[in-house]
Design a protein around this ligand. Structure first.
Ligand SMILES: Nc1ncnc2c1ncn2[C@@H]1O[C@H](COP(=O)(O)OP(=O)(O)OP(=O)(O)O)[C@@H](O)[C@H]1O
Ligand SMILES: [Mg+2]
Length: 369
């Protein structure tokens, strides 16, 4: 996978800019606030259909403008891929995948594999369950784009089920039953995929965390379901039976709460460091190293399919690490793929890059050396 060109119009701080990228490491160099992270964000949006920092696409429109446009021209082997996204302040969205126009940003996923390492990733360790669910679901969807629709349908059904729990008189029993069975049917593949991915991710994160920290701390990652104390069966009939039993047990509580109290939208992931919850006990440096481990493990997992070897987006990751960790991270990064790194100082990078782009006052200029 290779991003060849990025074109932006009125995206965040950028009015109109085009950047020709190269294979290998592309460094975006420029002072604080010049728009480096915004460029990485644009690549992320075109490849994954959502921003790593904003929930609303409207936030991406440059202040004072009424619509943003972002386009990536990429290639996979000899095959060219074009991915474009735009949204206006009224929320009207349009995407283009190889010239085919659509409306749903989520349809962008699955054409260009991208893994980003961002300062905000610390929230996977420190933040609330929603951040960990989003991380996991983004990975599930990159791994299997068909899951985008399953997740969307699940969210829709939960919303309808919550409406029925709020105003039971407005929904007859048959409708409520249909919503129940749709919810359980959609929950099952989501749970199966999430648990499978975590099984694959967990040992990788442990190894990468140790490599980066230079120690041997044990890491455990567990899926923590909203299904009581029992262990969640991994799949199939047993999983369905467990969900059904949970629904029955929570029937009264759900009527009282007027809300769906179990299911993938209530689940969490526990990260243990030396057997203790990392959320509460990890130091800042340990949490940072675990978050980097999660991202690099995702990249490793996706790279197992050669056609999906990810493009890496590294948003100022070296700046927050001490000297030895910088060197170790540099050695851990895959060297055969394409990456985009941003930093205000070249000296923060412990290795030579292939190309350097200077960002200044609304322009991107490739420099020699
Ligand atoms: N919708 C928007 N319209 C215009 N400007 C925006 C918009 N959203 C954010 N900005 C501006 O973009 C700038 C931040 O850009 P960005 O985060 O890319 O900077 P950066 O080069 O990564 O800086 P740092 O080195 O500090 O990380 C800020 O000045 C912010 O005010
Ligand atoms: Mg930045």
């Amino acid at each position: 996978m290779l991003v060849r060109r990025l074109t932006l119009q009125d995206f965040r701080s950028w009015h109109a800019v085009q950047m020709e990228a190269h294979s290998g490491a592309n460094l975006l160099l420029g002072s604080n606030g010049v728009g480096k992270s915004n460029l990485l964000e644009a690549i992320h949006v075109c490849a994954l259909g959502f921003s790593p920092r904003s929930r609303s696409e409207k936030d991406l429109v440059r202040w004072g403008s009424d619509r943003f446009f972002a386009r990536i021209e990429a290639s996979q082997g000899d095959l060219p891929i074009e991915l474009a996204a735009s949204c206006d302040l009224a929320g009207r969205k349009e995407i283009r995948v190889d010239g085919v126009v659509g409306r749903l940003f989520s349809k962008l996923v699955g054409h260009l594999t991208v893994v980003g390492l961002y300062p905000e990733d610390l929230q996977f360790i420190r933040g609330g369950p929603e951040q960990r669910r989003s991380f996991l679901d983004a990975l599930v969807c990159q791994n299997d784009p068909a899951m985008v629709e399953v997740l969307r349908d699940y969210a829709r059904v939960v919303k309808q089920r919550n409406a029925a729990l709020k105003e039971p008189d407005k929904f007859d029993g048959d409708v409520r039953e249909v919503l129940d069975s749709q919810m359980l049917e959609l929950a099952r593949p989501i749970l199966e995929r999430r648990m499978d991915i975590l099984d694959d991710l967990s040992p990788r994160v442990g190894r990468l965390h140790s490599q980066l920290s230079g120690g041997t701390e044990s890491v455990g990652i567990w899926y923590r379901g909203s299904y009581g104390d029992q262990d969640l069966p991994r799949r199939g009939q047993e999983l369905s039976a467990c969900l059904e039993a949970r629904k029955k047990r929570l029937a009264n509580a759900e009527s009282q709460a007027q809300s769906t109290l179990f299911g993938p939208h209530r689940d969490d992931v526990t990260v243990l460091l030396e057997g203790r919850p990392a959320r509460e006990t990890a130091s800042q440096g340990q949490a940072r190293s675990l978050a980097i481990g999660l991202r690099l493990a995702s990249a490793e997992l996706l790279a197992e399919d050669k056609n999906r070897r990810p493009v890496l987006l590294l948003d100022d990751v070296f700046a927050e690490l001490d000297g030895p960790r910088r060197k170790r991270l540099a050695a851990m990064l895959p060297h055969d793929g394409q990456s985009f790194l941003c930093s205000p100082h070249r000296a923060d990078l412990p290795f030579e890059v292939d190309r350097t782009f200077l960002l200044e006052a609304g322009t991107v200029r490739e420099t020699m050396g």
